[in-house]
Design a protein around this ligand. Structure first.
Ligand code: ADP
Ligand code: ZN
Ligand code: ZN
Length: 734
């Protein structure tokens, strides 16, 4: 017998192996892991098929070393979802399927819980069976009797027990060790689910919930709700219903580390445990959570992108919070989009799926307006909270100090004076985005990228944010030798500096990747914010995600123009989302908020729509432009990217790829090829990059053409000096 194996390699194919002739203990089934020889290594792969024959001559086939599972590691629905995703994203099967498994299973470890050894007193054991002089044995036995469900030796020691005497007790027939597989508390609850009552809902919230409750089987919802409108409350109540039906809920969020408050709310609400799949878990903890989810004993699973592949025994609901967030798309290797896979998965599991956002992606809105998704709207803030007031602050001809206008400084004074907090948003970390020679105008560039070096003050150095290159600050201009080098432009460190001068008595909290690289740093800053004392937060988009700052009453966006004239056709959409997400942090609870956008383009139609109307109106306008230009969501895109050590190689490779595919295969109707062009940032990390954009009217046409391209690329000997990747449904063109 022959087994066809998916192995984690970059090759777009499966590999055949022989099963040993001697009867094997484990029946080989698709979905079971095997260990096989591959070159001079051993790899762990998944059986895709058991077959009688192979295209490879029998004497060339190698035998499987070991079958690792007696049953498929994941259920057939998830296994098929993985295969579908590999084909959809045109990614090598074995590598794509490895995403279904936690690291320990990829390494071939058994799919079993960690077994803890516990101790307990045997039935009928009593202290008076021990001699009254055996004090320490008596104490130990007493401790054991206090823990009838069993206790680990470590825990006994912590309670003062003399654990070396456990053996003695066992020999006397008074105590015994046993293996314990930890099951989460309340894993099977379907009643008395709540720790705290659900909030009473009315109006739009009640309507939305009613629609969700009425759903049976696969039903996609778009929950469009302005920040603070009570989307999370809807999730909680929808999940309660799911749990009451004995089922599990999977919740995808952009970044758990940044949204501890959301997780806290889930934990506060339910008595069933909430399992978070975050990046601080050890491999062992990750596997245990995965096993609990697979066994059905993890009832609520919250995780980031990769959690979409968590197995569930009784799936009942899938939620994608902040569905517009770019972090749901994996940006290297297997470039899947977890939000899109959530829909495919919900359909295959036949369960409802809720996509929630205050600023939905245009793709999602398009699906809602074409009737594929049911649109649920929450247009008001929940409770007594009022929406923030928006204002464009025209800074033409205004002197700025480190990006701050006089008017803005006046407002900051005003808000701090009334005892509330202020948040300033600037999406650029470092002191200034460039260092320029005052004499000849030369800017210090990265030698490996088409990019300027960012100046950092703390500690002082230059840093390329694209390839991570770091250098000392040069003393003189490399072009003219002048020593007059000046920072040009504003980063968060510089804004922080200026604020400190203006507001010496107020804590200034800078939140960006540099200031929060140590784990506790962010927590400490958040503690200051939540103390409620006046303070100024200044930071990058880390501030835009998830946090609720009830005491912030002024939000200022220092450079609202940053994304207005982007080369990326999604630039405007992303800018609008960012502005509204940042604004949404302000004025929750009953502090009315004020949002100030500093701009040089106060007449810009996008800014006007955003402040005068709402996101849906902005999206409608943007959608018309996309339609007119036949851009997504009115077309389907894929990008083939190439990179090589010499300029021109990648472009030439893509050119030849395109041409040879055209000579081999008839190009399907409705497919358009744009490029190849050098990438918007051609040189990066020392490599020269180019890209080929494929646009198609339909997905089948797109996929047919991509298939043809991949076959050519794999056959092309030039492919060796050009590293190429394929991105289906790219979310940016870099
Ligand atoms: P979103 O997720 O849309 O930002 P939340 O669910 O976090 O909104 O709700 C914002 C605030 O309003 C929270 O403090 C929440 O407790 C409160 N809230 C939500 N729904 C209700 C309700 N039905 N009654 C009273 N307060 C509510
Ligand atoms: Zn110079
Ligand atoms: Zn660089």
């Amino acid at each position: 017998m022959i087994v066809r194996i998916a192995l984690p390699t970059p090759l777009h194919r499966l590999f055949d192996y022989l099963l040993p002739l001697t009867p094997v203990e484990q029946e080989p089934q698709p979905g079971c892991r095997v260990r096989v020889p591959f070159g001079n290594r051993e790899l762990v792969g998944l059986i895709m098929e058991v077959s009688e024959n192979s295209d490879v001559p029998r004497n060339k086939l190698k035998p499987v070393h070991e079958i690792l599972d007696s049953e498929p590691v994941v259920d057939p629905t998830l296994f098929k979802l993985g295969q579908w995703a590999a084909r959809y994203y045109q990614h090598p099967m074995g590598d794509a399927l490895s995403h279904l498994l936690p690291v320990l299973l990829r390494q071939g470890k058994p799919a079993e819980f960690a077994h803890a050894e516990l101790w307990r007193a045997v039935d009928g054991a009593a202290v008076d069976k021990l001699s009254s002089s055996a004090h320490r044995q008596r104490e130990l036995l007493e401790l054991l009797l206090e823990h009838p469900a069993g206790i680990s030796a470590d825990a006994l020691r912590a309670e003062g027990g003399q654990t070396p005497l456990l053996k003695t007790l066992a020999e006397k027939g008074l105590a015994e060790a046993f293996e314990h597989r930890p099951t989460p508390l309340h894993a099977d609850l379907t009643e008395d689910l709540l720790n705290e009552p659900a909030l009473p809902v009315h109006g739009e919230q009640a309507d939305a919930l009613e629609a969700i409750y009425a759903a049976s089987g696969f039903t996609p919802f778009l929950l469009y709700g302005v920040t603070g409108s009570g989307k999370t409350e809807i999730y909680l109540q929808a999940i309660e219903k799911t749990l009451a039906a004995g089922k599990q809920a999977l919740v995808l969020v952009p970044e758990i580390g940044l949204t501890p408050q959301t997780l806290g709310r889930f934990r506060a609400r339910f008595r069933v445990p909430v399992h978070a799949l975050h990046s601080n878990l050890s491999d062992r903890e990750r596997l245990d959570t995965w096993l609990h989810a697979r066994a059905g004993s993890a009832r609520i699973i919250i995780g980031t992108r990769s959690a979409i592949f968590t197995p569930m025994k009784n799936p009942g609901l899938i939620i994608v919070d902040e569905e517009h967030d770019g972090s749901f798309k994996q940006q290297d290797g297997f470039r899947y989009h977890a939000r899109d896979l959530a829909l495919v998965r919900a359909s295959r599991e036949n369960v409802p799926v809720i996509l929630g956002s205050a600023t939905p992606a245009l793709e999602t809105l398009h699906n809602a307006s074409s009737g594929r998704y049911q649109l649920l709207k929450l247009t008001q803030r929940a409770g007594n909270a009022r929406a923030p007031r928006f204002e464009l602050l025209d800074i033409r001809q205004q002197p700025l100090e480190a990006g701050l206008s006089d008017e803005l400084i006046r407002r900051i004074h005003q808000h701090l004076g009334s005892g509330t907090q202020v948040m300033l948003f600037l999406n650029r970390r470092g002191f200034s985005p460039s260092l320029i020679c005052n004499n000849c105008g030369t800017v210090v560039d990265c030698t490996r990228c088409d990019a300027h070096m960012t100046l950092h003050r703390n500690p002082p150095h230059l840093h390329c944010h694209h390839c991570d290159r770091q250098t000392p600050i040069p003393r003189a201009c490399s072009h003219c030798g002048s020593t007059e080098l000046k920072p040009l432009g504003i980063g968060t460190e510089r804004a922080e500096d200026a604020l400190q001068k203006h507001f010496p008595d107020v804590p200034i909290l800078r939140v960006d990747r540099d200031s929060t690289s140590r784990k506790s740093a962010l927590e400490k800053m958040m503690a200051v914010v939540h103390s409620g004392e006046p303070c100024i937060l200044v930071g990058t988009q880390m501030l835009a995600k998830g946090h609720h700052f009830p005491k912030v009453t002024l939000v200022a966006i220092l450079d609202a123009d940053a994304g207005l004239f982007s080369a990326d056709f999604r630039g405007m959409e992303k800018t609008a989302q960012l502005i509204l997400q940042v604004a949404g942090r302000a004025g929750r609870a009953d502090h009315p908020g004020e949002v100030v956008l500093q701009t040089l383009h106060a007449e810009h139609p996008m800014l006007q729509t955003l402040i005068g109307s709402d996101y849906l109106h902005f999206a409608q306008q943007e959608m018309k432009l996309r339609y007119a230009a036949a851009l997504p969501p009115f077309a389907h895109h894929a990008i083939v990217r190439g990179e090589a050590s010499r300029q021109g190689w990648a472009e030439q490779f893509l050119q030849e790829l395109d041409q040879s595919a055209r000579t081999q295969v008839q190009m399907p109707e409705g497919v358009q090829v744009i490029g190849p062009f050098p990438s918007p940032m051609e040189k990066r990390g020392g490599l020269f990059r180019a890209q080929l954009l494929i646009s198609a009217k339909t997905r089948p046409a797109l996929h047919a053409w991509l298939g043809a391209l991949i076959r050519q690329a794999e056959a092309d000997p030039q492919g060796r000096r050009v590293r190429w990747t394929l991105d289906v449904d790219p979310i940016d063109n870099y």
